[in-house]
Ligand binder design. Sequence first.
Ligand SMILES: Cc1cc2nc3c(=O)[nH]c(=O)nc-3n(C[C@H](O)[C@H](O)[C@H](O)COP(=O)(O)OP(=O)(O)OC[C@H]3O[C@@H](n4cnc5c(N)ncnc54)[C@H](O)[C@@H]3O)c2cc1C
Length: 395
Amino acid sequence: MSTYDVVVIGAGLAGLETARRLAGRGQRVLLVDQKTALDRSVHTTGIFVRRTLEDFDLPEDCLGPPVRHVVLYSPRGRALPLESARTEYRVGRMGALYGRMLDSCVAAGVEWAPGTRFAGLLDDGTHSVVVLETGGRGWSARARLVVGADGAASRVAPALGLSVNREWIVGVEEVFRVSTDGPPCFHCWLDPELAPGYLAWVVADGEEVHLGVGGYAARFQPADALRRFRERVEDRFGLRGKMADERRGGRIPVGGVLPRIASPRGLLVGDAAGAVSPLTAGGLDPCIRLSALAARVAADFIATGDEASLTAYSGGAFRRRFRSRLLLRRALAAVRSPLAAEIAIAALRSPLLRPLASHVFFGRGSFPDTGEERGITPITPRSVKTGRAQEASVA
Ligand SMILES: Cc1cc2nc3c(=O)[nH]c(=O)nc-3n(C[C@H](O)[C@H](O)[C@H](O)COP(=O)(O)OP(=O)(O)OC[C@H]3O[C@@H](n4cnc5c(N)ncnc54)[C@H](O)[C@@H]3O)c2cc1C
């Protein structure tokens, strides 16, 4: 059985970023994902916010055109247009980005095990024994630390005895690779019949159109809401008669960062840690930001064995900084009728509340700084252009 400093379960944005940074700090890392290829079953729209684009060096060719325009609509179509002087969003080409990040991990020395499922965790006294399964065959790896980067319904979290997500919304979307006219724009509908507790959206960046709905699972049928929403807007975005190139969807934790995300046996990152803005449901910026901190804390802990170093990775401390966003989440969840949504949009169009709408869409508040933002290394080392990641031997 091979022994690693860290076994990272899940190769989404959080797992890839954590694995790459750990390897960059000299750790022996095994990265596993149940997917056989990371460009399959992408579940995110992939909108990166300005703060991420400014603080981290994402590969340019994995991002769509800059988006500066947002329009927020009421159920009856009353519009609140917002425009920023700066690039506020770019839609990631996520399959390509995951591939590039994986290449970067492998270049840094990470061993990669695709098509490999996390099946459980044992303890041999000094290490965790991570029970894995590849192609129906069981195998194990020893690890000083285990990182749960396995998404919103993490199985690693309970295996480590850490907190688990309990509040979710569900999002589904269709992706069309079609060109559109006009400036790239993020259109959002506040309509509790289509998207109870969240939004319906169309992002048209000139090269792709993403059309989706999100909301509390108990309050709507996502597939039916998506069909109705598409019928409503397909002519406007030139989608009538077009087959979607991709369908995406999944759960989004919106209860805030979980209280207990670290123990001497392992850490949680990304959705597994509940690191998603409760208001906007944006999780990509928190993924990168929290993973950078997790890698530093994990490397420190492995080097010193000092449990005090884990206090730097406290979900409780992050939670305190989420209070206002959790309150706004409650307010959004409370918009239960089309009339309430009409009134909310009318209020946001007023000169008094318009700055609040601008702040929500254009502010830099997705996730608290972790202190790891300075001295950030690029996701793609200049030497790595393409190439196939090596796979770990499962023998
Ligand atoms: C429809 C939708 C749209 C969204 N749009 C945006 C957006 O535009 N902008 C934004 O900021 N956020 C968005 N989010 C949220 C964002 O996508 C997530 O917060 C983010 O992708 C989480 O990344 P992650 O790496 O933590 O988890 P994931 O991307 O879920 O990765 C987890 C990985 O773990 C693997 N895995 C799971 N279980 C196991 C197991 N037992 N064994 C092995 N591997 C396992 C999975 O295969 C997966 O690859 C959206 C979410 C949804 C659902």
